[in-house]
Design a binder for this molecule. Structure first.
Ligand code: SAM
Length: 307
């Protein structure tokens, strides 16, 4: 007896919902559509799944019920206009980071920088993406801004393998835009690309920023995102402080640093709660410091200009 794709999808949705997954509706559609090789919107028109496909859907649903991230199960995640490979050992890019990409693209389009003295100009705009993980941010910038050279810096060996894989997979697409991404395995807090001192037009970073004593609530994060991608020391700002130093070395005068942070790290009213804007202000290296909200209105990205 055959069973329709829509019916299978409803059954997966009910299992995911019973496991407490809020987006059970969308995720069940994504799982069934991925196995059948169709877009989720076309599921009602899809042919009935074969026995092999039903087995696979069942396995995927069981893994998701056990709270493995959907993106690890599928092996990919959509970010901006790109499809990136992800899995164990690398941080799954989040929709919140789109704000960081928007801020980065706005900085690259900034006319003030184009008017800099000739001796400080470079043939292609140099961008450094620190704490690159899968490469999501650097790759999206290279994809959406023609003619940039992005150095993507990642320290952790497992994450670096995913970064290299994604860079290779996007190479042709980026070359058509006269852009490229170059993976660099190094510590973002310790002058990772000395040759670029004073030459970067833009530095981006989505660092680990959770305080060490905070436990992420969702099992997908707590059990599957690498610890090095999450924790940033006692106040969560250790890597932020190191990146603040590194970016000051890499940026040319007038260059922009755009850094993502937790929604409680946008800077409080007192000196005891400086947040990321406070760290940059206290360093004395940056001016024009602004904080930007994410799509839900929460503080999310600090942008500053190298003096
Ligand atoms: C929050 S994840 C962000 C990954 C990616 N940029 C994104 O937005 O999807 C932080 C990344 O920084 C890396 N990382 C942590 N400390 C680092 C350091 N000192 N130098 C370089 N990379 C580091 C982690 O391995 C992880 O891949």
């Amino acid at each position: 007896m055959t069973v329709s794709a829509s019916r299978v999808r409803r059954s997966v949705r009910d299992s995911l919902a019973a496991a407490g997954i809020e987006s059970a509706d969308a995720e069940s559609a994504r799982i069934v559509a991925d196995v059948l090789g169709v877009e989720p919107a076309r599921l009602p028109l899809a042919p009935d799944p074969t026995d092999d496909q039903l087995d696979r859907i069942e396995q995927f649903a069981a893994r998701r019920v056990a709270r493995e991230p959907l993106q690890h199960i599928l092996g990919w995640v959509g970010f901006r206009h790109l499809t990136l490979e992800v899995g164990p050992g690398v941080f799954v890019p989040r929709p919140e980071s789109e704000v960081l990409v928007d801020a980065a693209l706005a900085a690259l389009a900034d006319d003030e920088l184009a008017g800099m003295p000739a001796e400080l100009r470079v043939p292609r705009a140099i961008v450094v993406d620190l704490c690159a993980g899968s490469g999501a941010i650097g790759l999206a910038i290279a994809d959406e801004c023609a003619g940039v050279q992005v150095f993507a810096v990642e320290r952790e060996p497992d994450a670096f393998l995913w970064l290299e894989r994604n860079v290779q997979a996007q190479h042709e697409r980026l070359a058509a835009r006269r852009s490229e991404v170059l993976p660099v395995q190094a510590d973002a807090t310790d002058n990772p690309v000395p040759d670029l001192t004073g030459r970067a037009r833009l530095v981006t970073c989505n660092p680990p920023y959770i305080p060490d004593d905070c436990d992420p609530r969702d099992p997908e994060v707590a059990l599957h995102d690498p610890a090095a991608a999450l924790y940033g020391g006692t106040d969560g700002l250790d890597v932020v402080r190191g990146v603040c130093r590194t970016a000051a070395v890499l940026l040319r005068p007038g260059g922009v640093l755009a850094m993502e942070h937790g929604d409680v790290q946008g800077g409080g009213p007192t000196a005891a709660d400086p947040g990321v804007p406070g760290v940059l202000r206290d360093s004395g290296w940056y001016g024009d410091i602004r904080d930007l909200p994410d799509l839900t209105g929460r503080p999310r990205v600090t942008v500053a200009r190298r003096r």
